[in-house]
Structure formats: C-alpha cells, structure tokens
Design a protein around this ligand. Structure first.
Ligand SMILES: [Zn+2]
Length: 313
C-alpha cells in the first residue's frame, strides 16, 4: 500500500527558476491529497506526472499568497477539462472570500462543485477521516493564522498466520474475529489464545507537514514519532534573527525539533532564495539529526510498511 510524498514546490515567498512556491502531493493508498497550492502547482503536477484528476482534497496551511495563488489556475483548468467530481478544500475560514470571488467572477457554469471545509487555527481538529486514514490540524505560529497537517493511517487489524487457517480450518467469521483480537473459542472446547494465531499488524504510517512557523517547545510532543516530518527551514543558523522577526525557522531549529520528537526522517523546505545553494543549511541540520534532507522540487519520499513479524517469535 502506497504512502509517499512528492514535493511540487520548495521555495519560500517567490518562485525561482529551480523552485516553485509551496505545494506537495501525498499519495495514501492511491488517494492523492494536495497540500498547499502555490502559484504554478498545476504545472508541477504535470511535470512530475501526478494525475490531476485523482486529487479530490486540497489542504491549505494558511492564507499567504505563496501557498494559495495556484488555486485559481487549478480550478480553471479542472473546469476546462470537464471535471465532474467534487473538489474539497480545507483551509482557514477566511479562504471563503477567495472561493466566493472565484465562483462569482469565473465560476459560471462550472462542471464541478467546490466544497469548502473551514477551520480555525486555535486548536487541533480532525478535519478528514476515511476508512484508512485521518488528517488533523496542528496550530502553528506565524504572522497570520496557520496550521500544520498530520496525516495518519488508522491502526490496522492483526495479521493471521496462514498455517493456522489450515490447521484449524478457520471460517470467514472466525478469521474476522481473530483479526480483531479475539481468541479462538469453539463449542467443542477448542481454545487457542489470540497470540498463537496472529502476527502484529503493520505499523500505521504518519506524515506531518509544518511550514511557515516559528519553532516552539510543545511541537516536540505534537510531532512525537512521526515517520516523515516536513518542517520549514527558511533560514540558516546565522540568519536566526531574521527567522525570529519573520516568524520562520532555521535548519538548526528544525533538526533539533526532529531529534527531540524522535521522528523517522526530517525533510526541510520553504527555503529563502537568498542562498545560492543549501550546503550549509543541510550540514547544520545533519550534524544534529543525521536523517535530515533538503527538499527539491520533484523529489518523492516513500514511507515503507514495517512488518513486525519478529516481535513474537
Ligand atoms: Zn507565510
């Protein structure tokens, strides 16, 4: 089952010839979730071969132009392409003005519906849930209301040992019950404890997207054990004063947070275009947290499923 992130844009503020403004697409079990939508997102979707029509949910972290100016173009292209399925937008409540303006000005005879799911940025909310996963907001700190998004797979059922199915001639009802954690109990007195019949479930995977924020202590708890953390590192350590003034973060802050939270991997992004290259920024982070990476547009990071088969053997 897929769980992978493709970076569409990793620049802060303004696009450069190499980096577009913020946008990403997360593929969870072949469902595609767009996260932020900077200018030119639809171009990047095409460039990196993401099928635009597979995107039904868009999550917007905050209402700064470099995170939302791609929406109009995307809305328009969907209409021209004859999109039929609903498009769900999750964002801070004030985006409604922008959506209403688009609908009034350009949205006559739209081929599809835009459904807005507003939230506030004062506390965490579960804003999306389906059979396999949830999305939660994480309030962050910036010059305007902003949230991060935490995508988590739901806990999975236990895995049943194949040889036990044959040995006990298990029926479908019994298999379902055992996978839910029950023992095998039969009227004839058969009793087999659950742990002899099953293997632990595959570990649920998680991805957290946090950008346009200063770093603050409670993030450590909120991001504990996340498999892949995208955290902004707009500035190098030398420019930490600038980071503080603009409510952004540095490489050192991102890496320190990743280390304290015990995440699997740190992916840094939202880079200031004042830096010719990211060597120093990356070196500062890896010195603190070796599993630190600097995002490039077009990169894909996959979180593999972890089977804990050995745990009970
Ligand atoms: Zn911003």
């Amino acid at each position: 089952m897929s769980f992978s992130l493709t970076v569409l844009g990793s620049s802060s503020a303004v696009p450069t010839t190499k980096r577009f403004p913020t946008a990403q697409v997360l593929n969870v079990h072949e469902r595609f979730f767009l996260i932020d939508c900077g200018e030119g997102t639809q171009i990047q979707l095409r460039r990196f071969s993401v099928n635009m029509s597979r995107i039904n949910h868009i999550f917007i972290s905050h209402l700064h132009g470099d995170h939302v100016f791609g929406l109009y173009g995307l809305f328009s292209s969907y209409n021209l392409l004859g999109r039929k399925s609903d498009l769900h937008i999750y964002a801070y409540r004030d985006l409604e003005f922008t959506l209403d303006h688009f609908k009034k000005q350009f949205g006559i005879n739209m081929s599809y519906s835009i459904i807005f799911h507003p939230f506030t940025a004062d506390q965490p909310y579960e804003i999306y849930s389906d059979r396999r996963m949830t999305v939660q907001t994480l309030p962050l700190r910036h010059s305007v209301p902003v949230v991060g998004f935490i995508f988590r797979e739901k806990p999975k059922l236990l895995n049943i040992k194949k040889d036990k199915i044959i040995q006990f001639k298990l029926g479908i009802k019994e298999i379902r019950s055992i996978k839910e954690g029950n023992d095998l109990v039969r009227p004839d007195g058969t009793f087999v404890p659950n742990n002899e019949l099953t293997l632990p479930p595959v570990k649920p995977r998680s991805y957290a997207f946090c950008t346009d924020t200063s770093c603050f202590p409670s993030l450590v708890e909120s991001l504990k054990d996340i498999d892949l953390l995208y955290f902004e590192a707009t500035f190098i350590h030398d420019d930490r004063k600038l980071a503080r003034i603009t409510s952004h973060s540095t490489s050192v802050q991102a890496a320190t947070l990743a280390k304290k939270a015990g995440v699997g991997k740190l992916l840094m992004g939202h880079f200031s275009n004042r830096y010719k290259n990211l060597k120093q920024l990356l070196a500062e982070a890896t010195e603190i947290f070796p599993m630190s990476f600097a995002a490039e547009d077009g990169d894909t990071y996959t979180i593999p499923e972890v089977h804990d088969d050995q745990l009970r053997q």
